[in-house]
Design a protein around this ligand. Structure first.
Ligand code: SAM
Length: 284
């Protein structure tokens, strides 16, 4: 195992700062710095971007990102106990690490970042999906980020990259794949973490596309996809009845059988359905 920096090993950092893991904050720490450097490399070139990291904890991934050459890292951590440990990292990398003690769901990071911006995080499980959905559904596209390199529970990672016809295919797959490329780049067993969680994890890498794959109004697409997958076992003519009284006509316009179920519908068909519904909405 090679040493990636001159800062004490993470086990010592955790002991010095008394950072016993808190379940309520989704704390499962990565202590192997060779592994965190490998995760950092999945984000691609780091030297020409600012990196937004959510939930740095004692700083394993933060150190990986900096050792791999990140231009600047902005790290947002809710647990005040971790801040002194992160400040020690900042001292080793002058002007390259900014730390904010706050809740990532509330802090606006953009004032502190210079584009291009990449996001890299071993996300707290309790807020991971909510943050991802926010990053995938901004008011403007392209979004503030050029890529997202994120650790999730494996089951969530599989939902992000899922194809139509699979059990994992749902709202997350449609939202992620409509305007980005998404792939699983690394699988991690529970033992990679301290303490080990109950489930396996995976790193997903998403790259923002300059344009959506198919035209569609974002709000209409979100509405249709949410309604379709909320009742995923029902036929679409029934699960989407609340979206439009003429749903059967719109399904036909989008080349979808009224008896089809949500998990059979491709991204292209969902977008066609959203366009048909939006056109009807806009008619006087
Ligand atoms: N990045 C570290 C690592 O890889 O070892 C820690 C990962 S741990 C799974 C998740 C981290 O997110 C914890 O440090 C936790 O305190 C922090 N966290 C939890 N909720 C948060 C929130 N709403 N905003 C910012 N950080 C949060």
């Amino acid at each position: 195992m090679s040493q990636i920096d001159q800062i004490p090993p993470l086990r010592d950092v955790i002991a010095t700062h008394n950072l016993s893991a808190k379940k309520s904050l989704g704390q499962n720490f990565l202590l192997d710095l060779n592994l965190t450097a490998k995760i950092a490399r999945q984000a691609g070139d780091l030297a020409s971007s600012d990196i937004l990291e959510i939930g740095p904890g004692p700083g394993g991934l933060t150190r990986g990102l900096l050792a791999e050459g990140a231009r600047r890292v902005l790290a947002i951590e809710k647990d005040a106990r971790c801040i002194p440990a992160l400040e020690e990292i900042a001292a080793h990398y002058p002007d390259r690490l900014q730390i904010i003690n706050g809740d990532a769901l509330e802090v606006d990071p953009l004032a502190h970042l210079t584009p291009p911006i990449k996001v890299a995080a071993n996300l707290p499980y309790n807020v991971g999906t909510e943050l991802l959905v926010r990053w995938l559904t901004p008011a403007q596209w392209p979004p503030f980020w050029s890529s997202l390199t994120l650790m999730f529970q494996k089951e969530v990672a599989q939902r992000i990259v899922a194809e139509p016809g699979s059990k994992a295919y749902g709202r997350l797959a449609v939202l992620a794949q409509w305007r980005s490329t998404a792939r699983i780049v690394l699988d991690l067993p529970p033992q990679a973490f301290t303490p080990p969680p109950k489930v396996s994890s995976a790193v997903v890498h998403l790259e923002a596309l300059p344009e959506p794959r198919y035209p569609a109004d974002p709000h209409m697409l979100s509405k249709v996809v949410a309604a379709a997958f909320n009742q995923r076992r029902k036929m679409l003519r029934s699960s989407l009845k609340s979206v439009s009284p003429d749903i059967e006509a719109h399904l036909k316009n989008a080349d979808i059988m009224p008896t089809d179920r949500a998990e059979q519908i491709s991204l292209a068909q969902f977008c066609a359905l959203a366009r048909s519904l939006k056109a009807a909405d806009s008619r006087p």
